[in-house]
Write a protein that binds this ligand. Structure first.
Ligand code: HGY
Ligand code: MN
Ligand code: MN
Length: 425
């Protein structure tokens, strides 16, 4: 595990402790509603509450000033020598997808926590405050809207409309928050004054194959793809599947299937890294011998290229019109998310390269194909992301794995970066 290098026998990730980080990750993975079938920790649930209490305790044990904000984010502050200076912030999310892994988001939180522990053990006092944050509901898989936690700290026009988004059981964000003991009317209190934040760093597993395949220690992320997500509801008519002639039926799945094929063909045809996915699909009544009267599906496109996103939006509606006319159905489409591609900080990427070189860590400048809280925060604050390997590029599944030593290498680059950023004018 301990990668020796020429730095007088110290490991490439000195003084970070991979075993300690892995212990936190294993503990967090137990707060899980699908044990044995990957990790599922949805926002405003029992498992999320257990994870919050665990993190508050670990943040406090590490000497941080800890609080839970009005959006369910957990925040710890390591006071700097001059608290009037804009702070450095670092973190990632504590929620997961359904049946996901124990590293997505969580690796960024335990890395930030380990950095705090090491600073204290090394007797290093930073010039500026270091804020570490564990975001709530980055994934958005429960309420079909990502970045709820960072939405809160960004103080996004606190329109309460978002609180009416509902989960699969018809529970709204507002109800889920109230059931969790929160006052949804107070979400505006979670907003940060970003004039008091100097830079934001998010360490995250790559969730793709590049670093693992090329055996590179650290990904220095220069940009994050843009993405759009729609929820489409196709309305047809239930009929007998045997006696209803093809020209007299209104088949909601036939309509949806034609559009979903258009989506994935579009992404293949763009051949520029654009991807399209219909990850959520619900059919009613979903019975073999009944023509489906209703089909709901998500339509998601991701791309570095705004033109691809725009062409997808236009083509999706055209494809829906065409398929609905052919199948005798109607449809409704709701835009759930529209986040543009974002460039991260070239300046901090340059500092990260230097940290990797000083430690003898291999690195690669690369885009992120996954979305992250960092892409929202980059709009208001100098932001960078740091990737560590994902074995076989797998993520959002129980096979998700990253060796603790690989997390520690990326975290060590972040450790050096935090000290450099904190000391800067
Ligand atoms: O969907 C994403 O890219 C992220 O994992 N939330
Ligand atoms: Mn994820
Ligand atoms: Mn994530």
């Amino acid at each position: 595990m301990m990668a020796e290098n020429e730095n007088n026998g110290k490991t490439a990730f000195y003084p970070l402790n991979p075993e300690r980080m892995m212990a936190d990750l294993k503990a967090l993975s137990l707060f899980n509603s699908t044990p044995g079938e990957g990790v599922t920790r949805l926002p405003f649930t029992k498992e999320a509450r257990e994870a919050c209490e665990y993190l508050k305790k670990r943040f406090s044990d590490a000497g941080l000033l800890v609080h839970e904000d009005a959006m369910g984010n957990i925040i710890g502050v390591l006071p700097g020598l001059d608290r009037s200076l804009p702070a450095i912030a670092m973190g990632s999310h504590y929620d997961t997808v359904y049946n996901g892994g124990m590293f997505d988001g969580q690796a960024g939180i335990v890395s930030a926590l380990e950095i705090v522990r090491c600073l204290r053990e090394q007797g290093i006092s930073l010039r500026r405050d270091l804020i570490i944050i564990a975001f709530n509901d980055e994934e958005g898989v429960r309420f079909h809207r990502s970045y709820l936690g960072s939405y809160g700290i960004l103080g996004r026009d606190q329109s309460k409309a978002i609180l009416e988004y509902k989960d699969r059981d018809g529970i709204s964000i507002r109800e889920a928050m109230e059931n969790w003991g929160m006052d949804s009317e107070r979400i505006g209190e979670a907003a940060w004054d970003f004039d008091s934040i100097r830079s934001f760093i998010e360490l995250h597993i790559e969730q793709g194959p590049v670093l693992d395949k090329e055996d590179i220690d650290v990904g220095i992320v220069h940009s994050v793809v843009g993405f759009r997500r729609y929820m489409v509801t196709v309305k047809g008519r239930e009929d007998h599947s045997g006696t209803t002639p093809m020209d007299l039926r209104s088949d909601a799945v036939d309509t949806a299937a034609r559009v979903i094929c258009w989506m994935t063909d579009f992404a293949r045809m763009r051949n520029d890294g654009t991807v399209a996915t219909a990850g959520y699909l619900k059919v009613r009544p979903s019975v073999e011998n009944i023509v489906p009267g209703l089909c709901e599906f998500s339509a998601e496109v991701r791309s570095q290229d705004m033109e691809s996103l725009d062409l997808f939006t236009k083509g999706l509606r055209e494809s829906l019109d065409k398929a609905a006319a052919l199948c005798g159905t109607e449809y409704e489409i709701i835009e759930k998310m529209d986040i543009p591609p974002v460039k991260l900080s070239d300046r901090i990427c340059g500092m990260l390269r230097q940290s990797c070189e000083e430690r003898g860590l291999s690195y690669k400048l690369m885009p992120s194909g996954a979305g992250h809280d960092a892409q929202e925060i980059a709009a208001v604050c100098e932001t960078v992301m740091i990737f560590c390997k994902s074995r076989d590029g797998r993520s959002h599944c129980r096979e998700e794995w990253t060796d603790p030593g690989d997390i520690a290498k990326a975290a060590a680059a972040a450790y050096d970066l935090v000290m450099k950023l904190s000391d800067q004018e």
